[in-house]
Design a protein around this ligand. Structure first.
Ligand code: HEC
Length: 137
């Protein structure tokens, strides 16, 4: 026999599933930070942060990135300036993630072959360029 309580319980259960399905896309949208970086990337903490690391990152940037992004981060041709709000406001982990992955189809190489430490050093250099938000993190 189906009790009134049972019917009530079932309808609450159905309503919650409906709400979960309805809310899911919103939650996903909130996770997409810089370049749709996953939340796990945003949570990564930069283990290398100091003035000397930023200086090392600057050298690595000159070596690996400046030919496309410009020696002053100004951007050249299809390679965008890295001195703009989206990059400045990106979390260190998101930058690390994007640099590691690259975007081959639009001309940004993957830097997965660069040692992790060097990738973080470059991130520290990018942050040292007036990214007050990232410095506070
Ligand atoms: C061969 C040229 C080239 C080199 C070398 C290169 N990039 Fe890029 N990079 C690009 C291009 C082109 C894009 C734009 C890709 C896109 O928007 O899909 C890009 C995009 C980016 C972005 C995203 C910018 C944004 O506003 O979304 C970051 C961050 C970045 N590069 C960092 C680096 C770093 C750090 C290095 C050095 C380790 C580097 N790139 C080396 C060509 C290059």
């Amino acid at each position: 026999m189906i009790s009134r309580a049972h019917i009530l319980f079932t309808s609450i259960a159905i309503a919650s599933i409906g709400a979960a399905l309805w809310l899911a896309p919103c939650a996903a949208a909130q996770n997409s930070g810089f370049r749709n970086a996953p939340a796990s990337a945003a949570e990564m903490k930069n283990p290398y942060k100091s003035a000397s690391v930023a200086a090392a990152g600057k050298k690595l940037y000159a070596l690996n990135c400046a030919q496309c992004h410009g020696s002053n981060l100004q951007g050249i041709g299809p390679a965008p300036s890295l001195d703009r709000a989206p990059v400045k406001n990106a979390k260190p982990g998101e930058l690390f993630w994007f640099i590691t992955k690259g975007k081959l189809e639009s001309g940004m190489p993957s830097w997965a072959n660069l040692p992790q430490q060097q990738r973080w050093q470059i991130v520290t250099f990018l942050e040292s360029r007036g990214n007050t938000k990232a410095e506070a993190k």
